[in-house]
Design a protein. Structure first.
Lengths: 358, 207
């Protein structure tokens, strides 16, 4: 136990009571965009339960909300986050926590004019979530770099259904394409570097940890109704992400379902000091599979996957990379996923051409 | 100069997170938590101690705020004369001037450790702004180090001046102690400890 004096004016009982009351906070460490996505998802859930109907709602996340609101006629909506008022058929401009929100008075009649109206007032560059209420279940799309780049979008899970393997793979693919595929993508947006010297194939220290942090935040934005946690990186370079969902049992007791365990491995043939790595890569991959299975079993998780980020000089392909564990993984129903990290933008372009020609 | 840079970062994150203009009371309370909790991120606090008198106040910070207003980097949004009996000072609210401060903030980000400082301040601002504006001072007064009954009113609360900013800082100790009360398989991150600590401050301030 801690020395009571060391806690100053706080008692150990207060600490214990608080920890019991709130548990582990779900949004801690998340970027403002991920927080925004989660707040909007909560709002949608609240409104859905109250029978929200309509066509679309757009939520724009602003870092300078008061200045952006001046771009057009607007009405302050201080209680937006409470979910008491209808939200569809409107464009909302808000801070990441929805604490300060405005409804923008824009003229639009369909999807195209809606997007144009937002771009027209110069807000096409800020992150946006577009929600389509026309179906049984609302569908959300997250435009991380705004509607000006409408081709860069992620589907957001707005309901409480379990995450399917296809949904997970799509989210991981999108993350790779947007953030990891080439060194240029990795360095965008003041992001944490993964390569120390990409041209020479030298990774930063503990690349898994760096990938883990960025991936976690990306997934938090997409799976906005789930809780995501990163387990600490261990000396063998392993990194896990656990995705869970709060629910209630038939007896109305609180429960947690662990839906996914992601085991991350960065496969590098150089060390961060620029020396050839002595790591036995096939053994490391097998160890990753074993860890994923063990962790899945320990948490009683629904699914697990081994995610390899291949930083080696040669792209040997998925089949060769996983040949020695493929049958064991198949027997356990555990998907093996791998993404190749190009050492230059030119190499990435070359691979694109190869794929298109093939 | 370091205080001025950190102040600009603080105003920036408060704007990005909450959007509203901030008062000097809010700024002082936020700066207090930034100082006592920065060791969680391995960042040196700007101030290592504060006089225990009412709510924590940092005169050097307020001087720098005046300088930022003079330089046009911060805009005064409102000036209010308090009602009779509530004190004689005019209450001001401020907001960062995005256009002018953006290049400076970009330069600050390039300095060693400052990107980490920004992520720390963003995390803190998100948690701090969950506390009602009229209770933010109370939250700072409720802080583990500030409310230590062994430090009398009118004495100096030392959390990093002559004591270790970790073991000698009650706020850091409380933040670390949350680890004992979570499931065994969970290792709390620094962000989780910070958020739990600020939840505790909110609970104490809101009553």
């Amino acid at each position: 136990m801690a020395d009571a004096d060391s806690l100053g004016g706080v008692t150990a009982e207060e600490v214990a009571a608080l920890a019991e009351a709130i548990g582990v906070p779900a949004d801690a460490g998340a970027s403002l965009l991920a927080r925004f996505s989660r707040r909007v998802a909560d709002l949608i859930a609240t409104r859905q339960a109250k029978g929200e109907s309509g066509q679309y709602a757009v939520f724009l996340q602003s870092d300078e909300v008061s200045a952006h609101a001046q771009r057009c006629k607007h009405v302050e909506a201080p209680l937006l986050a409470n979910g008491a008022d209808p939200i569809s058929d409107a464009v909302w401009l808000a801070t990441s926590n929805l604490m300060l929100s405005f409804r923008l008075c824009l003229a639009w009649s369909d999807q195209a004019s809606l997007f144009d109206a937002i771009r027209g007032v110069g807000l096409g560059h800020i992150p946006a979530i577009v929600v389509d209420f026309r179906g049984q279940v609302p569908i959300g799309r997250l435009y991380r770099s705004g509607l000006d780049n409408a081709h860069v979008a992620d589907d957001i899970a707005l309901d409480d259904s379990p995450i399917t393997p296809a949904q997970m793979k799509t989210a991981l693919d999108r993350f790779y394409e947007a953030s990891l595929r080439t060194p240029l993508l990795i360095s965008e947006g003041h992001a944490m570097k993964v390569w120390k010297d990409a041209g020479r194939g030298i990774p930063e220290h503990r690349p898994e940890e760096r990938i883990q942090g960025r991936l976690l935040d990306s997934l938090r934005g997409v799976f906005s109704r789930h809780d995501l946690r990163a387990e600490p990186v261990t000396d063998d370079g392993r990194a896990d992400i656990v995705i869970s969902r709060k629910t209630t049992t038939k007896g109305n007791l609180p429960a947690v379902i662990h839906e996914w365990v992601l085991e991350l491995k960065a496969l590098a043939d150089m060390t961060s000091t620029g020396n050839p790595s002595t790591t036995d890569i096939p053994a490391a991959i097998r160890s990753g599979l074993e860890q994923a299975l063990a962790y899945k079993q320990r948490l009683n998780a629904l699914c697990a996957a081994l995610c390899c980020y291949d930083m080696r000089a040669d792209d040997c392909g998925d089949t060769a990379c996983f040949a020695h564990i493929a049958s064991d993984a198949a027997a356990s129903g555990l998907p093996l996923w791998r993404w190749y990290m190009f050492r230059s933008t030119a190499a990435g372009r070359g691979a694109n051409k190869h794929v298109m020609a093939g | 100069m370091l205080i001025r840079a950190r102040l600009l970062q603080m105003l920036s994150v408060l704007e990005r997170t909450g959007g509203a203009a901030v008062s000097t009371d809010t700024l002082n309370a936020f700066a207090y938590f930034a100082n006592v909790l920065s060791p969680l991120w391995d960042i040196d606090p700007i101030e290592g101690s504060v006089l225990k008198q009412g709510a924590p106040r940092f005169p050097s910070l307020e001087l720098e705020l005046d300088a930022l207003v003079g330089a046009g980097l911060v805009t005064v949004i409102s000036l209010t004369q308090p009602t009779a009996g509530a004190g004689s000072s005019v209450v001001a609210t401020f907001r960062i001037n995005h256009e002018k401060s953006a290049p400076l903030l970009d330069s600050i980000r390039m300095l060693p450790d400052e990107q980490s400082a920004e992520s720390f301040l963003l995390e803190l601002a998100s948690a701090f702004l969950e506390i009602r504006p009229d209770r933010q001072d109370d939250a700072a007064i409720s802080d583990a180090a500030y409310s230590n009954p062994k430090v009398a009113h009118g004495r100096v609360v030392d959390f990093a001046e002559w004591v270790s900013p970790r073991r000698g800082n009650a706020a850091w100790n409380v933040a670390q102690s949350f680890q004992r009360y979570v499931p065994e398989r969970v290792t709390l991150s620094r962000a989780e400890k910070l958020v739990m600590y600020m939840h505790l401050m909110k609970r104490r301030a809101h009553g």
